[in-house]
Design a protein around this ligand. Structure first.
Ligand code: FMN
Length: 221
């Protein structure tokens, strides 16, 4: 069964790329939904125009580069990705009878958070999220906004109470980050942790202060 990955229009398309790469690397199947607004953030952050008719080429170009825009060594197997247009409300993930493991929304805009908290289902991404909740499947919401207003905070509580894991896109610095991709991978790794997917995206805390600095020293040699 696949994981649904919903990419909404918050800043942070490198987080989505890192999650997608790691899922494929772990041998997982992916159903991908890219919101209309996220095409703007993707264009802004990578220069890539995501086109339905050429989604495989565009996704390949996106996943083949790191957060710094430079080529990544990862050669993604896109044969395990199924792409659904966000306007296609008849798509598989719009029904609870369509078998999936769960859904990761990365990054999640505040508009998406509001829509899912209210059950708006204004597009396939929001509908698939509502379905994930009603079917009691894992839903991970990697919200990306700062500062957060009270309305969004209340909606995040509503999502938590509905069973979702709210994983703010907030990198930590204890894992020895030396490059932008390390910070991106930390967030992507925490998203996958919440979903229970194995990965090696970041160095886990081992109970010793200063471990991250040791790691930095090793990497910089
Ligand atoms: C370049 C750009 C960056 C944006 N960054 C954010 C963001 O970080 N967080 C957020 O909540 N909305 C952000 N937005 C606004 C959302 O794209 C907008 O609310 C949109 O309606 C979200 O729709 P969606 O949830 O269907 O993708 C951004 C928009 C643009 C064009």
């Amino acid at each position: 069964m696949p994981w649904i990955v919903g990419v909404s229009g918050a800043s942070g398309t490198p987080y989505a790329a890192a999650v997608l790469r790691a899922l494929l690397d772990a041998g997982e199947d992916v159903d991908l939904v890219v919101s209309r607004a996220s095409r703007l953030t993707l264009l802004d952050e990578t220069g890539i125009s995501f086109r339905d008719a050429h989604w495989r080429d565009d996704l390949g170009a996106w996943l083949a580069r790191g957060a710094d825009g430079k080529p990544d060594s990862f050669a993604p197997d896109l044969g395990r990705v199924r792409y659904w247009n966000a306007g296609d409300l008849a798509a598989g993930p719009s029904s609870g009878s369509y078998p999936v493991k769960g859904m990761l929304i990365v990054p999640a805009s505040t508009a998406c958070v509001a829509g899912v908290a209210l059950g708006l289902s204004k597009d396939l991404l929001q509908r698939a999220a509502s379905v994930t909740l009603k079917e009691r499947r894992p839903l991970v919401v990697a919200v990306r906004e700062t500062p957060l207003n009270g309305q969004t905070l209340r909606q995040l509580v509503a999502l938590d109470e509905a069973g979702a894991s709210v994983v703010p896109a907030s990198p930590a610095f204890y894992a020895g980050a030396t490059h932008i991709q390390d910070l991106v991978d930390f967030v992507a790794g925490r998203v996958l942790d919440a979903a229970g997917v194995e990965h090696g995206l970041y160095r886990r805390w081992k109970g010793e202060l200063g471990g991250g600095q040791d790691e930095q020293g090793v990497r910089d040699q």
